[in-house]
Design a protein around this ligand. Structure first.
Ligand code: C2E
Ligand code: MG
Ligand code: MG
Ligand code: MG
Length: 292
C-alpha cells in the first residue's frame, strides 16, 4: 500500500505491509548502511504559536530515502532500529543533523528556530547518552537552548529514577524536554508532577475527537489547565481542522503542530515557512485521508 498525495508533498510511504521476510532482512542490513551513506533525511514540521501564527520551532522527523523502495516512514524502521541495536547511532545521526541545520541557519544569517528531536527513552537508560549529546553540541558549537528532546511517556515506565535524573541533566545544559504523545500511556497525570518536563505534547488521537466527543474536549481542557498550573507549555499535535484550532485557542493551548499549518517538509520548503511572519491555517481536503 502506498499513498500518493501529489507531487512535492514527499509523502509516498511504503507501508510495512508490503515488507515480506526477505525485505525485512535486507532492511536490517540496509539501515546500518543508510546511517553511514546519507540515505536518511530530516523533515521539519513547524510548531506554531496558537495566538499569533508565528513559527516558534519545529519537530525533526526522520525519513529513509531507500534506494529501491523510496521514502520509508519512521513508523516502519524505528522499531527495527530499536530491535537491532541501531537506535543509538540513528539518534546520534538525527541530533547531529539537526545541530548542523541550526549551524547552517546561523552562519548564513537566516531565520532560525529551535529544533526538537525524538529520543527513544531506551536511550535514557544508557549511562553515556548525555556524553554523546554533549559531544555533538561541542562539535557543532550549538547551544543546548536550540535543541529540545521529545520522549514518550509509555517508555518512561522502565526506570523512572534514571529518566528523572537524565531530564535534570539535560536541563542543566539548556536542552528542553517534552513529553510526547501525552495521553496514550498510563498514569499520565502522575507523570506531570514527577517529571519536570518543559512541554507536553497532547497526542493527536485526543485532538482528533475534540470537536466530536465531549469527553475528549473535557480531558484536553483539564490537561491544559493542569500543565499551565505546573508551569509547562502545551503543544497540540495532529491539528487538522479550523474547529479543532478554534477550540484549542479558546482553551489557551500554547502551540499548534498539525497539517492545518503544514505537514513535515524538507528543509528548502521549511525555509520558506520560516521566512513568513506568520502561517495561516488552511483546510485540508479530507482529514480522514491522513488517518494513520
Ligand atoms: P511523533 O513524535 O508523535 O511525531 C508526530 C507524527 O504525527 C509525525 O509522523 C507527523 O507527521 C504526524 N502528524 C503531524 N501532524 C499531523 C496531522 O495533522 N495529522 C496526522 N494524521 N498526522 C500528523 P511521522 O513523521 O510519520 O513520525 C511518526 C513517529 O515516528 C513519531 O511520532 C516518532 O514517534 C517517530 N519518529 C520520527 N522521527 C524519529 C526519530 O528521529 N527518532 C525516533 N526515535 N523516532 C522518530
Ligand atoms: Mg515527537
Ligand atoms: Mg507525538
Ligand atoms: Mg510517537
Amino acid at each position: 500500500r502506498s499513498k500518493e498525495k501529489g507531487r512535492n508533498t514527499y509523502t509516498i510511504y511504503h507501508s510495512v505491509m508490503d515488507i515480506n521476510g526477505y525485505k525485512r532482512f535486507s532492511l536490517e542490513k540496509g539501515l546500518r548502511k543508510a546511517i553511514d551513506e546519507n540515505e536518511l533525511e530530516l523533515h521539519y514540521q513547524p510548531r506554531v504559536d496558537a495566538k499569533s501564527g508565528a513559527v516558534l520551532g519545529a519537530e525533526s522527523l526522520i525519513r529513509w530515502n531507500h534506494p529501491e523502495w523510496g521514502l520509508l516512514s519512521p513508523v516502519d524502521f524505528i522499531p527495527l532500529a530499536e530491535e537491532r541495536g541501531l537506535i543509538l547511532p540513528l539518534t546520534k545521526w538525527v541530533i547531529r543533523r539537526a545541530c548542523h541545520q541550526i549551524q547552517a541557519w546561523q552562519e548564513r544569517g537566516m531565520p532560525c528556530v529551535p529544533l526538537s528531536v525524538n529520543v527513544s527513552a531506551k536511550l535514557f537508560l544508557l549511562k553515556d547518552f548525555l556524553v554523546h549529546v554533549n559531544q555533538i553540541l561541542k562539535e557543532t558549537r550549538i547551544k543546548g537552548e536550540w535543541v529540545e528532546i521529545e520522549i514518550t511517556e509509555t517508555s518512561i515506565l522502565d526506570n523512572q529514577k534514571l529518566v528523572e535524573s537524565t531530564i535534570a541533566e539535560l536541563k542543566e545544559i539548556g536542552i528542553k524536554v517534552s513529553l510526547d504523545d501525552f495521553g496514550t500511556g498510563y498514569s499520565s497525570l502522575a507523570y506531570l508532577t514527577q517529571f519536570k518536563v518543559d512541554t507536553i505534547k497532547i497526542d493527536r488521537h485526543f485532538i482528533r475527537n475534540v470537536t466530536t466527543h465531549t469527553s475528549s474536549a473535557t480531558v484536553i481542557k483539564s490537561v491544559i489547565h493542569l500543565a499551565h498550573g505546573l508551569g509547562m507549555r502545551v503543544v497540540a499535535e495532529g491539528v487538522e481542522t479550523v474547529e479543532q484550532l478554534t477550540f484549542l485557542k479558546q482553551q489557551r493551548c500554547d502551540e499548534i503542530q498539525g497539517y492545518i499549518f503544514s505537514k513535515p517538509v524538507p528543509v528548502t520548503a521549511f525555509n520558506q515557512l520560516l521566512s513568513k511572519e506568520r502561517l495561516t491555517p488552511h483546510r485540508i481536503h479530507d482529514p480522514s485521508e491522513f488517518e494513520n
